[in-house]
Write a protein that binds this ligand. Structure first.
Ligand SMILES: [Zn+2]
Length: 344
């Protein structure tokens, strides 16, 4: 008798799912007057989705820049440490060994990441400080230009044509020196190529989509996907930019992005970077939602893939779409684990 699909989902999920991009620290910071936010607001969904590792991204909103960038980044990390210390269900991990130890104990591992180097200002010494605090993956920019380089725009063309600044190159070299993963999500096409030309290790793109389905420079082209494949890197599929149209923002379209990357560079180079954002978006007043739409785009959330408990829906759909067990496990965790083992 064939294995019932529920059993198969259960079995594939049991080893855990790795999501390499989640804006958790900024939400913990905004709720800094409260206690046990992790346990009460996040743990139920994380457990329901069998999430085992989260890339917890430090990100600084425009309203805090430039004066408070460093302070808010430190406070975001402080909240993550305080919340983690108050629970026995989480662990902040700085290397592969610690991640594996957390998984063995059934704890959810946080790998601290940084989305945009604004907290560093133009001071390379700060990078060392953030490294000591546990930051293990860095993307140089978000959408806006900063001291390191330029972000890709939310349009088919129009990003600045220059790559990194001298400071940006220094940050990249220092990251390789220290053992910090370099994340190519968001960087403009010129910066993307330049980073690959001055590094040697496997690169990651923690959360992105393919331009074939949503043609904006913030996403990545087939050429760029191939460059990641050649270097044995991993690309995390993003759930909020799968299509410019709401009606096409579906779980199947999400799987289309995974399939497209796997077809171009193989199943060993595709992972997950959900970038779940609806919970933050929901908390915003309408004026801020409109501001986001004007500045970037209106995010189209996938109805059955908007929070971590929905990870099971993805596993189910991967099965229905014909992926075999070994490939599903690579997408859910094994590819990211390979990167951690190799780089951390
Ligand atoms: Zn992002």
């Amino acid at each position: 008798m064939p294995e019932p699909i529920e059993d198969r989902i259960e079995r594939l999920q049991a080893g855990g799912i790795i999501d390499m991009h989640f804006d958790l620290p900024m939400d913990l910071y905004e709720k800094r007057q409260r206690r046990d936010v992790l346990e009460t607001e996040f743990l139920p969904e994380l457990e329901a989705g069998n999430i085992c590792v989260i890339g917890a991204a430090i990100y600084i909103e425009d309203r805090y820049l430039p004066e408070s960038g460093l302070r808010v980044a430190l406070d975001q990390i402080a909240r993550l440490y305080a919340e983690t210390a108050a629970s026995d269900r989480f662990a902040i991990c700085k290397n592969y060994r610690e991640i594996e130890a957390a998984r063995e104990k059934g704890r959810i591992a946080f790998l601290i990441t940084m989305e945009g180097v604004e907290p560093l200002g133009t001071d390379l010494n700060q990078l060392r400080v953030f490294y000591e605090l546990g930051v293990r993956s860095i993307g140089l920019t978000h959408v806006r230009t900063n001291a390191a380089g330029h972000g890709g725009v939310f349009a088919a063309s129009g990003s600045p044509t220059e790559g990194l600044t001298a400071f940006g190159r220094e940050v990249v070299h220092e990251c390789e020196e220290l053992g910090v993963i370099i994340d190519l999500a968001h960087i403009n096409p010129a910066g993307f190529e330049e980073i690959l030309s001055i590094t040697t290790r496997p690169p990651i793109v923690s959360h992105t989509n393919v331009r074939g389905y949503y043609d904006i420079e913030r996403n990545i082209s087939d050429e760029q996907i191939k460059m990641i494949g050649e270097r044995r890197g991993v690309i995390g599929a993003n759930s909020i930019l799968v299509s410019p149209r709401q009606e096409e923002s579906t779980l199947d379209r999400y799987v289309d992005h995974i399939e497209h990357i796997a077809r171009l560079i193989g199943i060993d180079s595709v992972g997950i970077g959900f970038d779940f954002f609806e919970f933050i978006y929901r908390q915003w007043p309408e004026s801020r939602q409109k501001e986001l739409a004007a500045k970037f785009t209106t995010p189209h959330f996938i109805p059955d893939l908007t929070n971590h408990s929905h990870a099971r829906n993805l596993t189910c759909r991967l099965i229905e779409r014909g992926f075999n067990d070994a490939d599903i496990e690579k997408i859910l965790r094994r590819n990211w684990l390979r990167i951690f083992e190799e780089l951390l």
